[in-house]
Design a protein around this ligand. Structure first.
Ligand SMILES: C[S@@+](CC[C@H](N)C(=O)[O-])C[C@H]1O[C@@H](n2cnc3c(N)ncnc32)[C@H](O)[C@@H]1O
Length: 216
């Protein structure tokens, strides 16, 4: 899969290349490309945004700047889905992550300041995605969240089986995962449930299933 991220803060994507799960799949199952709108802007002095028509605070990412970035990278409109990260988008959930992970390629657009000129969302994007009902300063953290969530669904990203039984997975019928414990078995009197120390895998499995919390 190829993920193309367009951003004003390309540095924000440096560290994830060295960390699992992305490091495990990078240059194998995943090609991650990061583009700075400023590198291809048709405006002078690397300008990418402008004041909003109608007045008001803040600066708005220009539609011609995003179109120029697509021309430079794709020679026009990308063939793959183009996902704008915006608080007004569809809220990201595991079902949408799984859907994105099946795509051969995705383009992610992030903005800063007041956000996107609406024509970017209307004419240059296929999807608009929010990572939650709150406002961040830029689309880099939302894009990182999406890249991470998608990358960990790719073959080889996680150790065998660890991505199959977790919160929101089919194996747990979309529910929240059961609690985990590790050593020490007793810390300040806070004891690990006896059953987990019993070695009885059948009863442990039943105990865990009983603790999966449904979202409904
Ligand atoms: C300060 S926000 C713009 C907020 C916008 N004026 C509004 O009221 O909805 C700047 C950028 O951060 C990103 N962003 C902020 N919060 C987000 C969220 N919850 N989900 C996805 N992207 C977000 C988007 O790319 C957005 O255009």
């Amino acid at each position: 899969m190829r993920l193309d991220v367009f951003t004003l803060v390309p540095d924000a994507f440096a560290w994830i290349r060295e960390r699992r799960p992305i490091a495990a799949v990078l240059d194998r199952e995943l090609e991650l490309r990061v583009f700075n709108y400023r590198d291809t802007t048709p405006l002078t002095a690397r300008q990418v945004d402008d004041e909003p028509y109608g007045g008001g605070p803040g600066m708005v990412l220009r539609v011609d700047v995003v179109a120029a970035a697509f021309d430079a990278v794709y020679g026009g409109m990308p063939e793959q889905r183009v996902v704008a990260l915006t608080p007004s988008g569809r809220q990201l959930d595991q079902a949408l992550v799984e859907e994105f992970a099946r795509e051969p390629a995705l383009t992610l657009l992030s903005a800063r300041f007041e956000g996107f000129d609406q024509r970017i969302l209307d004419h240059l994007c296929s999807d608009a995605v929010s990572i939650g009902p709150y406002v961040l300063s830029g689309g880099e953290i939302p894009a990182l969240a999406l890249v991470d969530a998608v990358a960990r669904r790719l073959p080889g990203a996680l150790s065998e089986g660890s991505g199959e039984v977790e919160s929101f997975s089919e194996a747990l019928e979309g529910g929240l995962e059961y609690p985990h414990y590790t050593r020490p078995a007793d810390f300040r009197g806070w004891k690990v449930p006896e059953i987990l120390l019993s070695g009885d895998h059948g009863r442990i499995e039943t105990w865990r299933r009983e603790r999966v919390r449904s979202l409904a």
